[in-house]
Design a protein around this ligand. Sequence first.
Ligand code: PEP
Ligand code: MN
Length: 374
Amino acid sequence: MNKELQITPLAEWGYNFNSPLFMSGPCSAETEEQVHETARRLSPYNIDILRAGIWKPRTRPNSFEGVGSVGLKWLKDAGEENNLPTACEVANVKHVYEALRAGIDIIWIGARTTVNPFAVQEICDALQGVDIPVLVKNPINPDLELWIGAFERLNQSGITKLAAIHRGFSTHEKTKYRNIPRWNIPIELKRRYPNLSIICDPSHICGNRDLLREVAQTALDIGFEGIHLESHINPDKALSDAKQQVVPEAFGEIKDSLQVRDNIDQHQETEDHLDTMRSQIDGLDKYLLEILSQRMDIVREIGYYKLENNLAIVQPSRWNEIVETRRDMCERKNLSPKFVAELFHSIHKESIFHQTDVMKAEEAKAIEAEKVKK
Ligand code: PEP
Ligand code: MN
């Protein structure tokens, strides 16, 4: 079921956005001064959209849940002062009415709302007949259809100024990200709806400051149309998402350090299309290597366990199970059994190498300790 989406491209939203587009501002509006100062200090970096969370969806109650409606005016005024369109999250009908009444220019649907079709539908009903751009964050679970469903519902309410925000996906896996990027999902969204712009949100993907640049660069390499980064005048003291926010000047540094891909040249459409697809491959390969490296980390952990319990590295029954189950896994995928078998042979070889390495290193340590004793 692949219904067409009606999309008004970013360039026709009436804001003269840069390409790529940059969106920044605090995770939460906290005080009037904070919102104004953030906007003032961001403005030299030529951002396109000023954001601030007004109502905050918090995992646990009794933490800061946003300043509420009073912050809408702070945001709108700060936007006007710096000639910037403003954006905030809406999660229910009340939020929609208040944001519209305050003249907020762009709204977004947050990841915890996109998961809920009832909530999305209510927002869409409230927006019926309103010509406001809506950004839709991916649902927290990796469900592309749910993400697409939100765009379809908005379309049914007559909204065509649409763009996606990729903010990563919740996971129980131990990874270096707060929300794992799963680049293949936004890439598939783009493949199905090439006119739908995607803005990457490294702040919520990373959950910390160290990885922001790297993730933003990957997004641009893949061909995303924008970057969303949270900024705060005193990040360590922020009332929400303190670890991932940066001061406006650090935002500027990240922005300036990014390698921006060329604009699409009308005469070179075929070549650019090829370039875009190749960039997608580059992004996926990077992701593939990350997954392999994560797999080897676990393999090494198993290596220590085997060492402690005096188990042999190669367990033939486990290896047989891997070969058989992986062959079955590839049945419904576009991969030949021969290729999958070779791939896993190679992965297995590398895994044995890692576990042997663990054992050798531990043995060497034990010998060294013995020598010291003597
Ligand atoms: C936010 O942008 O501050 C936010 C709450 O994001 P998400 O919905 O992606 O968690
Ligand atoms: Mn946030």
